[in-house]
Design a protein around this ligand. Structure first.
Ligand SMILES: Cc1ncc(COP(=O)(O)O)c(C=O)c1O
Length: 381
């Protein structure tokens, strides 16, 4: 059967690493997972209790397309708690993960062939989803001196219909402060480009609070998720905040594309929002892991790293060690028993000389992983 040209998107290279790690484990080896982009913890306990109660009392059929009203209200309240932003709950749309929000936002905002700017390095699926929708991803090559975040000057002459930024970003963990975010919002406005802010790692910050685009403008789409801070990756629930006059546009697409986000997950997500203590405990583990990584990676020989502001990744420039990050990641897996992600997933141009290390797992795993990396690099010479 023939396929569309739109469907010819690239695979996630990290999935190949995960498969190689799985095979090694099947063969009896113990692997430390520094490739995964998800918490090792499950959903907060109170969220599971809330769900088990509603399993007995509720048919959990479709919800309305925009999501459970109580959840939309509670998400709006979070903007008051986190950023002191007064948000109308009508602007909140519950989505099947932030991945569902990308489909909705790109479909609502852009026409086939429109050019959408994304930072390189960046989360790989932006590019693939845009391509699959017949849109044109435009890599904005970011600079180390800008901590691998796009700046307004990078956008000149790009003729964009949209700009998607992420703060904290994957794979770097770097953030945009008020001034940097404001300059990008303004640069997008001048080009007539719609501004989309991926805020999925908010809540996972170590030095300063992350800035939401909503602190700077209401004329934007903000995307977030229960996957990371709320530790609910597999539940497939996220959200989007859109301008008031965009709600109905997105609602019609959501009704047709998904009907709704999973009802059970929405129930659990609502309860998860009251589990601050447990979630802050998870954050304390990441903070400890981050500290270990910032000491342990340079000690092992990965010296070209920048401290991440948020998320749970360290992005290392390994150009002094390899020009083939994929082969290097395989070598590390084989000889050190540590799975890491080659940068090519995040940056097709420069990723051959970068690696991403995740520290989302337990501190004991991070300690063991760093020790293995140190021994491996010592024998590599
Ligand atoms: C920057 C970024 N955005 C979005 C996603 C997708 O997350 P989800 O669909 O689970 O909400 C991820 C997943 O790792 C990510 O790193």
């Amino acid at each position: 059967m023939r396929n569309s040209t739109r469907s010819q998107v690239d695979p996630f290279i990290v999935m190949d690493v995960m498969e190689a790690a799985r095979q090694a484990e099947e063969a009896g080896r113990h692997i430390i997972h520094m490739e995964v982009g998800q918490p090792g913890t499950g959903a907060p306990k109170v969220a599971m209790e809330a769900l088990s109660k509603s399993l007995l009392s509720d048919a959990l059929g479709y919800t309305v397309a925009l999501g459970l009203p109580a959840l939309r209200r509670r998400i709006a309240q979070l903007y008051g708690e986190w950023y002191n932003v007064d948000l109308n709950p009508d602007r909140v749309i519950v989505t099947p993960g932030s991945s569902g929000a990308f489909l909705l936002s790109f479909t609502a905002l852009f026409d086939s062939g429109d050019r959408v700017g994304i930072g390189a390095p960046g989360y790989p699926s932006y590019r693939q989803i845009l391509s699959a929708l017949g849109l044109v991803p435009v890599d904005v090559q970011t600079a180390p001196e800008n901590r691998l975040q796009p700046v307004a000057a990078d956008l000149e002459g790009l003729d964009l219909a949209g700009l998607l930024v992420a703060s904290p970003a994957n794979p770097t963990g770097t953030m945009l402060d008020h001034a940097a975010m404001g300059a990008l919002v303004e640069a997008a406005r001048v080009q007539g480009a719609s501004f989309i802010s991926d805020e999925i790692y908010h809540g996972l910050e170590y030095e300063a609070k992350a800035v939401t685009a909503l602190e700077l403008t209401d004329d934007c789409y903000v995307i977030n998720s229960f996957s990371k801070y709320f530790s609910m990756t597999g539940w497939r629930v996220g959200w989007m905040v859109v301008p008031e006059d965009q709600v109905r546009v997105v609602e019609r697409i959501a009704q047709n594309m998904f009907i709704c986000a999973p009802h059970a997950s929405q129930v659990a997500a609502l309860a998860a929002m009251e589990c601050k203590d447990e979630l802050q405990d998870n954050l304390a583990v990441y903070a400890q892991n981050r500290k270990l990584m910032l000491e342990g990676l340079p000690a092992a020989g990965f010296t070209k790293i920048a401290p991440p502001d948020g998320a749970f990744y360290v992005y290392a420039d390994v150009s002094d060690l390899t020009d083939d990050s994929r082969a290097f990641a395989s070598e590390i897996l084989e000889h050190a028993g540590v799975a890491v992600t080659p940068g090519l997933d995040f940056d097709p141009e420069r990723g051959a000389t970068t690696l991403r290390f995740s520290y989302a797992r337990s501190t004991a795993d991070i300690e063991e992983g760093l020790e293995r990396l140190r021994n491996f690099m010592a024998t590599r010479g």
